[in-house]
Design a protein around this ligand. Structure first.
Ligand code: FAD
Length: 408
């Protein structure tokens, strides 16, 4: 049969079998599929992905600040499933590693020789009573959802003064810097609109420090001092009361709760691995896919690999980290297919472009040891206009045309 020049869209069948099955067609899943096809065209690869849209999530920070419309972050999934790869448009509900098989929501049994697990992270909106009903209304917003990200900009734009709270939950999250980036942009906007003098900005974070890497934490501490932001660590948002515009925080050291009034609140929801992973034999104690942090191979099931936000890799959950994980995973997966031991190694590299205002960005790059791993020939802990321009105009095309095509 001639090689198809399009993705193969699978019909619903009781049982299918593929050499390599990838769970999730997001940043990580598509990157791996594209690189596998470039390296070995004859491989039979299938992606299980329920959504027909693909999002470039890192731009949501700037969408929430009115810099870009949200529609530019959304494209058809089909465009990015590599040619010749089969797309099962369905959600995985169960993985049975002992049988080398998984089950989908529509009841298909998918058998694999090798499995790549990349279903991303789960946003647990319901874990905070009141949040699900309040989000998108009366000053409650979040850049963590395509549906509501434009409400962030609406509420910031319309804000006339009062208390603006920005939260960071007591769980791992994707893009650890995102809860702060929106706050620095909001501060900048309030200064332009004249609302800042009438505003108290509070960063209520369940964490104990502003950033995990000391070099960048130093810069961010001076940014929050300059911006006169009231930082309260070890405060975990545990309830929203929209009728009285109160946010309830639990002090993680004393266990006491405190209700704070808000006029605007940007919530970063608690996050976890998806339930079907947490409840599967693939999970570690914390619920993440239990892989070796250097080879990305499962610690108990040698036919299984994982990367991206759902994996147990102890580094920052970012697309930048996925970019360095994908080639390692692909090399080690191909070695495993060939009956060899995995030799490629991931060192924990992650990057976080921390926007500190309109036209200002600190490009944090670091590894497992939290040692800076800067790729530019200058001190990246300084706020820079050039790095902001790179995030705004350079990284989106790199994502759509390079990373998702397996070229970068
Ligand atoms: P995703 O890209 O989220 O993809 C997961 C895929 O799995 C989705 O397509 C989903 O539909 C699918 N899926 C889910 N459940 C199932 C199932 N049961 N069966 C099959 N498929 C399933 N990263 C950066 O590098 N820089 C940044 O500046 C940055 N900023 C960010 C700002 C915000 C506001 C947000 C939300 C994220 C940001 N990120 C940033 C993080 C980045 O987007 C993620 O780390 C990256 O998308 C992770 O890739 P992934 O493939 O693991 O997950």
């Amino acid at each position: 049969m001639p090689e198809p020049d399009r993705p193969i869209i699978s019909r619903i069948q009781p049982t299918v079998r593929h050499q390599v099955v990838i769970i999730g067609g997001g940043n990580a899943g598509i990157s791996v599929a594209a690189q596998l096809r470039r390296k070995r065209k004859a491989l039979d690869v299938a992606i299980v992905e329920p959504s027909d849209v693909h999002y470039y999530q890192p731009l949501w920070t700037l969408v929430g600040a009115g810099v870009a419309p949200k529609e530019v972050t959304r494209r058809s999934e089909e465009r990015y499933i590599p040619s010749g790869v089969t797309w099962l448009r369905d959600a995985v509900v169960e993985v049975c590693p002992e049988d080398n098989a998984l089950t989908t929501a529509r009841g298909t049994r998918v058998e694999y020789e090798f499995l790549v697990v990349a279903p991303g992270i789960q946003l647990n909106w319901k874990a905070i009573p009141g949040l699900q009903d309040a989000i998108g209304r009366d000053g409650v917003c979040s850049n963590y959802s395509y549906e509501y990200v434009d409400k962030t900009w609406k509420f910031i734009r319309d804000f006339e003064g009062g208390t603006a709270i920005f939260t960071h939950p007591n769980t791992p999250i994707k893009c650890g810097g995102a809860p702060q980036k929106v706050m620095y942009l909001a501060d900048d906007h309030f200064r332009r609109s004249g609302a800042r003098d009438k505003t108290n900005i509070i960063f209520a974070s369940a964490g104990g420090s502003i950033f995990s890497v000391p070099k960048y934490a130093k810069t961010l501490t001076s940014v929050r001092e300059r911006k006169q932001i009231d930082v309260r660590f070890r405060r975990d948002l545990t309830e929203i009361r929209p009728e009285t515009k109160e946010a309830v925080f639990t002090n993680l050291d004393t266990g006491e709760t405190e209700a704070m009034h808000y006029d605007l609140i940007h919530v970063t929801p608690p996050q976890s691995a998806p339930d079907f992973i947490r409840n599967s034999p693939l999970a570690n104690e914390a619920g993440w896919v239990d892989v070796d942090k250097h080879s990305l191979r499962h610690v108990r099931y040698p036919r299984i690999f994982s990367l991206g936000d759902a994996s147990s890799l102890p580094t920052s959950k970012t697309g930048a980290a996925v970019r360095k994980q994908a080639p390692v995973l692909v090399a080690n997966l191909l070695a495993a297919i060939d009956g060899q031991e995995p030799a490629a190694t991931y060192d924990g590299y992650a990057a976080c472009p921390i926007v500190t205002g309109y036209g200002k960005l600190v490009l944090a790059e670091f590894d497992y040891e939290l040692t800076p791993r800067e790729s530019m020939p200058f001190d990246q802990s300084k706020e820079r206009w050039s790095m902001y321009q790179m995030k705004r105009f350079g990284l989106p095309p790199l994502y759509w045309h390079g990373i998702l095509r397996g070229r970068a």
